[in-house]
Unconditional design. Sequence first.
Length: 277
Amino acid sequence: MTMTCWETIQAYGLRSIGIGERLLPTSDFTLCQQFTLIGSGMIWNLYFGILAIIFGFFLATAVALAKSARNPLIRKPADWFVFLFRGSPLFIQFFIAYEALVLLPRAGIEIFGLTIETAWTTRAWAGALFVLFLNTAAYSAEIFHGALKAIPRGDLEAADAYGMTRWQRFRRIEWPTMLRLGWPSYTNEAIFLFHATTLVFFSSFPAFQQKGDALYYANYFADKTFNPFIPYPIVGFYFVLLTLMVTLLYGLVNRRLNRHLPSNARSRIRLRPQIIR
């Protein structure tokens, strides 16, 4: 029995997270099925991108501050962290992380009498997310570090003249200015990170019970129909929409960060696609 498009959306719209039909269609593939299942897979791409950005933002801020520290015991580890993750391809990072996590004892690790399970670390929702988190933190840290170095010295001297403590100067001068100066570049990093979530499909981290990302379902349809020129452009369409949404959202934040400046001095978000990192 052929499903209507609405029935297809109801059956497969949330399949990537285990809600709806368990079996994938095996014949008579329709355009609605491809749009629906690939769109369902985008849930995982959003999951990887959003969580990696949120947690990576805070780690990037800490690493940027560490790179600006005078103490070499703090600065050098931060420098090497950024160098390693910026100096190696993201795909290789996925591979190395998976191989390292597989070597963990399957029975778990015992710490202070408690056994911590390790099997979950080799699944994509955890292991791949951890790699993306570290990767975007390294790139973002370099962006924020450059923004910290670009803060006008007069602003810092004015803060000292007002008698601000180190924490007050950071909270009211350094951190807001760092975000304002680095936000356009950070926007491009966020866009690239969402695009980079497609590499999870090619990594060693397996999909669980055919609950994969957008590229997983696109590859399924391409194999079944022997026609890659429909599912892969659909993936591209969804990511173009996602890029527009990210640009709009980050543009609103950028406007908020620059609200105190005259209109001719405000930095604007410019979309600069990166073909390969």
